[in-house]
Ligand binder design. Structure first.
Ligand code: NAG
Ligand code: NAG
Ligand code: NAG
Ligand code: NAG
Length: 379
């Protein structure tokens, strides 16, 4: 049964919030406001958010979970979403299989065992987004079932290990030979997160995270500017394709978690180098983050910046830097002042003005920045 335990996560934070500064109050009420707006798109039948798709749904749920972990007053909304999405979400899976082999997790005899296969959609990065989302839901609720679901998804990713580039890494999907950054960054991050949350398999997950990172750095993903391009050519050289913000972000959270599980002096400096290069490339003169596709980003591109900021916030906590703080705070403030429509919806261009569609993807991505600003104001 879900939610029998620990209805309120992180109780220590409650008192911090109550005694918080005006900045914290502001950050908290902005995030709460934006969560209410996000939920106008939540569809109880599909378990995801109308106007954005399957993997974006995982990102939206992660945002909700991250906020709930900081602000217990939204926990009811969050636990409702986790439970409902857990039960009905698979109806929205756009391409179930062909990673069709049933992936049960450890407790595969028990009544509470979870069928992770239902969350696999023939795109390994999408699978990884859902693993991260269920880990975030676990962090907010301590509901073990969610963690087990993430472990089950991880197993299907680990089974895909081995590309034509040095024999390591995960390809983009089961039928493609494209070796892209995001799939491998998400794999790193899932492994490293699990290492800190599953004590009896810690070594196993640490080994996977280290193996992924060693392979990643031996390939050409990081380009001449220190930023991470979309992926590799058939000959395994850097393909020079778009420097998407999320590709500069997911790796940061992965390295922070890996360094927490298995400290190594090289990991945070590597993260710092990527973050600095990313900010040089993606921030405007007000330190507000942009995507190269703005203002007419296709549905995937609308999601990315929030993921960057979510992970930059993790790095800021592990390795504080005034520049990171500015990027997070300035992006959040600019979104609130310049990029909000009359219904409270948040757009894709964080510097404003609103020029294109406002939907659950642009909105949840911007909400990530509001949540990161709240985290900085209270943690
Ligand atoms: C969890 O969600 C399912 C499906 O929507 C629902 O039937 C069930 O009552 C929910 N359980 C709780 C504890 O909210
Ligand atoms: C698990 O889910 C997959 C994909 O939806 C399905 O094919 C399989 O039958 C399920 N297995 C069980 C035991 O329910
Ligand atoms: C490095 O930056 C320059 C100048 O912004 C840009 O033209 C080039 O494409 C970048 N290189 C890569 C590999 O992204
Ligand atoms: C530290 O990490 C680097 C990069 O992954 C690796 O090459 C090195 O072996 C690690 N050192 C230890 C002591 O694990």
């Amino acid at each position: 049964m879900l939610f029998s335990r620990n209805a309120l996560a992180a109780p220590a934070l409650v008192s911090l919030l109550l005694t918080g500064s005006a900045a914290a109050d502001d950050a908290q009420s902005r995030a709460q406001d934006a969560l209410k707006t996000l939920q106008t798109w939540y569809n109880p039948q599909s378990g995801i958010w109308d106007t954005c798709g399957w993997w974006d749904g995982a990102s939206c749920m992660t945002t909700v979970a991250d906020l709930a972990a900081l602000d217990p007053s939204v926990m009811d909304t969050a636990t409702y979403v986790f439970n409902n999405t857990f039960h009905v979400g698979p109806v929205s899976n756009p391409h179930p299989g062909p990673e069709k082999k049933t992936v049960f997790t450890r407790d595969n005899q028990g009544a509470n065992s979870v069928n992770a296969s239902q969350w696999l959609d023939q795109a390994y990065d999408d699978d990884g987004w859902w693993a991260l989302a269920w880990i975030a839901a676990y962090d907010a609720t301590r509901e073990q079932t969610y963690l087990e679901l993430a472990e089950g998804i991880f197993e299907s990713l680990a089974a895909a290990w081995g590309t034509n580039c040095g024999g390591g890494g995960i390809p983009w999907n089961p039928t493609s030979t494209y070796v892209n950054s995001i799939t491998n960054e998400v794999f790193l991050s899932v492994a490293a997160h699990l290492a800190n949350r599953v004590p009896d398999r810690k070594e196993y997950y640490v080994r996977w995270a280290q193996k992924e990172w060693d392979w990643f750095t031996s390939q050409g993903f990081i380009g001449e500017n220190g930023t991470i391009n979309d992926g590799l050519l058939e000959n395994c050289q850097n393909n020079g394709a778009t420097v998407w913000s999320y590709n500069q972000g997911v790796v940061l959270g992965g390295l922070v978690e890996l360094n927490r599980a298995a400290p190594n002096d090289t990991l945070l400096p590597s993260a710092n180098k990527i973050a600095e290069a990313a900010i040089k490339t993606l921030a405007d003169s007000n330190m507000v983050i942009h995507e190269f596709c703005e203002p007419q980003c296709l549905p995937d591109g609308t999601q990315f910046k929030g993921i960057f900021i979510r992970n930059l916030q993790m790095l800021q906590r592990a390795s504080p830097d005034e520049t990171y703080r500015k990027v997070i705070i300035n992006s959040a403030n600019s979104i609130w002042k310049n990029d909000r429509d009359e219904k409270g919806g948040l757009g894709v261009n964080w510097a404003g003005p609103i020029q294109a569609t406002v939907d659950a993807s642009t909105h949840s991505s911007a909400l990530d920045a509001l949540v990161a600003a709240l985290a900085l104001s209270i943690l």
